[in-house]
Design a protein around this ligand. Sequence first.
Ligand code: GLP
Length: 245
Amino acid sequence: MKVIVTGSFDESSRMVAQRITQIITQKPAAKLGLATGGSCEGIYAHLVELYKAGQLDFSQVRTVNLDEYVGMSPDNPLSYRKYMNSNLFDHVNIDKANTYVPGGMGDPEEEIKTFRSKVREGGWADFQLLGIGVSGHIGFNEARDTLQASAHLEELDESTIRANSRYFEDESQVPRRAMTMGMGDILSAEEIMLIASGPSKVEAIRGLIMDDTVTTHNPSTFLKLHRNATVVIDRELADWVGWKG
Ligand code: GLP
């Protein structure tokens, strides 16, 4: 696993957007695993800029998103489908039929079946984008004694509900359950990039980059088992964590 330290969060976002651009340029029908959250907004903004500058063509790109809350309608402004449309898909020439964000409505068990087939459809992802939760979760794979390999339902941790409540009216509005790609799905991507910034991520990133331990209690540490995973953090976060590299 590689760690890259940039001068700022914006520089981190630009760097990841540039890597995604390279991948799409080399393979126009690339399959991308995408993530939501504040950490990824800058990346999508840069991708839209690059598209508008004529440097990117999404016409053949296929995408699968990491996760979604159970019970969340795709029309809800807080849904991850809405997030993807408004941050990226509505501004580029992607065919929305080639994009998949797990459906929060309907029977969760049925949706998990569809999710599992979408994750594998046409092969594993060429690239997987990740943010990280305060407890080290990736997707919604929460810190536990055991983790799951394939797409599944998760009961969200209190720390996740608290962290994500900033997007909702209050904590009671945050859905308690979510569906997420599993750890095996994420680790099957050809290449993985995780972006993190800000003080709330210090403990999770410390576990990820400061030692060689892999633990289910910080799911991000499984990236240490991947041969092409990169963690992109800014200098400020690197200093808080104590990273000298
Ligand atoms: C959510 C998502 C994760 C995301 C994390 C961090 O819980 N399920 O995929 O990485 O939050 O979000 P943020 O980037 O807003 O801190």
